[in-house]
Ligand binder design. Structure first.
Ligand code: RIB
Length: 292
């Protein structure tokens, strides 16, 4: 079983031919709302790939809160660790254009997730094969999760996104870190490549369509990505993390686990929405086979 401790957002998605410049207005061509949030996305990715998943997080008392909780439940995720807090749920304002996205998250209920809520979920964490964290929830909640996981000897994947919230104290818990290149530069500096050797098999830097790299203790390894025509890259990193969690919880060797995660991520970008293209296990194994 995988426990995801993280954010749950409603994504307010707007599309346009091009990004507006500062102070400029452009006409858009798309507007929709879909469930998102890095935590929820990673939970959905993992459950679709065949793992049992429990989620610890918070939604508001607004209609989005009902929809977001129902969405997780419909996916088959255990939401007993998701609390309701008075006020609005988290939202993400997502601008899609030029094959890329720009996102502003307003945390809402996510920022009410406290260390005490994590304590309440200790038995869920303790019975997990692996815990997954991101940084869209308050740092004290992240730290308490790391403490509880260490006490119960449960491995943790910490996806340090957004990276501005990263603090060096996280490193003492020795989580597996999965930044993308720009997050790696924020955390370890422009020469982040050097950090790979300091964290063998624990620092996996994702490179988008180019795959991911890490240091295995003897040599640098790059696991190539699978190139596809992307419709929407939102949630690709979350699919990678959810899939990596599933593979590592099943004790797949790291390189194979990354290959599996790359295959899942390549499928996710072929459809619209963070969760829209997240694949099931069968499709992912087929894509993996085809890429060989
Ligand atoms: O990683 C994509 C996610 O980031 C979106 O679903 C949005 O909610 C933000 O949290």
């Amino acid at each position: 079983m995988i426990t995801v401790v993280g954010s749950i957002n409603m994504d307010l998605v707007v599309g346009a031919e091009r990004f507006p410049k500062q102070g400029e207005t452009v006409l858009g061509n798309l507007h929709t709302t879909v469930p998102g949030g890095k935590g929820a996305n990673q939970a959905v990715a993992a459950v679709r790939l065949g793992s049992k998943v429990g989620m610890i997080g918070a939604v508001g008392t607004d209609p989005f809160g009902d929809e977001l909780a129902a969405n997780l439940e419909n996916e088959g995720i255990d939401v007993s660790g998701v609390k309701r807090v008075e006020g609005p749920s988290g939202i993400a304002n997502i601008l899609l254009s030029e094959g890329d996205n720009r996102i502003i998250v307003v945390p809402g209920a996510n920022h009410e997730l406290a260390p005490e809520d994590i304590d309440k979920g200790e038995s869920i964490i303790a019975s997990s094969d692996l815990v997954v964290l991101q940084l869209e929830i308050p740092i004290p909640a992240v730290l308490r999760t790391l403490e509880i996981a260490r006490r119960n000897r449960i491995p943790v994947i910490l996806n340090p996104a957004p990276a501005d919230g990263f603090i060096d104290e996280f490193l003492q818990y020795e989580p597996i870190l999965t930044p993308n290149e720009s997050e790696a530069a924020i955390i370890f500096g422009e020469n982040w490549e050097r950090a790979l050797e300091a964290h063998p098999n624990r620092l996996i830097v994702t490179l988008g369509r180019d795959g991911a790299r890490y240091y295995d203790g003897k040599q640098h390894v790059r696991v190539p990505g699978i190139r596809v025509k992307a419709v929407d890259t939102t949630g690709a990193g979350d699919t990678f993390n959810g899939a990596l969690a599933v593979a590592l919880a099943e004790k797949m060797p790291l390189e194979d686990a990354i290959r599996f995660a790359n295959a899942a991520a390549s499928l996710s970008v072929e459809q619209f929405g963070a969760q829209g293209g997240m694949p099931k296990r069968g499709e992912t194994l087929k894509r993996l086979q085809k890429a060989k």
